[in-house]
Each structure stands twice: as structure tokens, then as C-alpha cells.
Design a protein around this ligand. Structure first.
Ligand SMILES: [Zn+2]
Length: 93
């Protein structure tokens, strides 16, 4: 299992999340605490969805995170192939 960690901004030791809370559906606030004595510094960091690599099978129109170039291409293809008004490029004779 992967555990979110980051280096302590004070002493540089690896620190881990002690608690977290959602700020929105794309951002979470994380509280870190350094485990090294006598440092024991604590701080708040934000974890935010930077961009979507894939829109997934259940796209959310209210998701403000931008799509990566490939995900945007997949979204446009899905729209083009699902719109019945779209002319087909396949020809049947
Ligand atoms: Zn520290």
C-alpha cells in the first residue's frame, strides 16, 4: 500500500499524513507531522487533482479538473461516435 509522505520542510526527514479533510471534490487538506524528535514540526498541505489522465467510464460534468490531451481526445471521440446526428464515415453499398 502506498502512503502519502513528504519531506519535513524544517529538518528534511520523511513525514506522513496524520489527518485530512476534503475541501472540494478535487482538493483535500492534509495535516503532516514530522516524526523526528526533537523536530516534531507540523504543517498543512493541499492535495489537488491537477488534470485527468482519463475521464473514466462515468464522466462528471461538474469536475473542474482539466483533461490531459489524450483524455480530451477520447472525450471528443466519444461525443462524435455517440451523436446520432453525426454523419458516419462508413459507407455501405
Ligand atoms: Zn522535521
Amino acid at each position: 500500500m502506498n502512503v502519502i509522505s513528504m519531506d519535513c520542510p524544517q529538518c528534511g526527514a520523511r513525514a506522513f499524513v496524520r489527518s485530512s479533510r476534503p475541501l472540494s471534490n478535487t482538493m483535500r487538506e492534509l495535516m503532516f507531522q514530522c516524526r523526528v524528535l526533537p523536530c516534531s514540526a507540523s504543517w498543512i498541505a493541499n492535495l489537488e487533482v491537477a488534470r485527468m489522465l482519463s475521464a473514466g467510464g462515468v464522466p462528471n460534468p461538474n469536475n473542474p479538473a482539466p483533461l490531459s490531451g489524450r483524455a480530451e481526445l477520447e472525450r471528443l471521440i466519444a461525443i462524435a461516435t455517440s451523436d446520432p446526428r453525426q454523419l458516419s464515415l462508413d459507407h455501405e453499398h
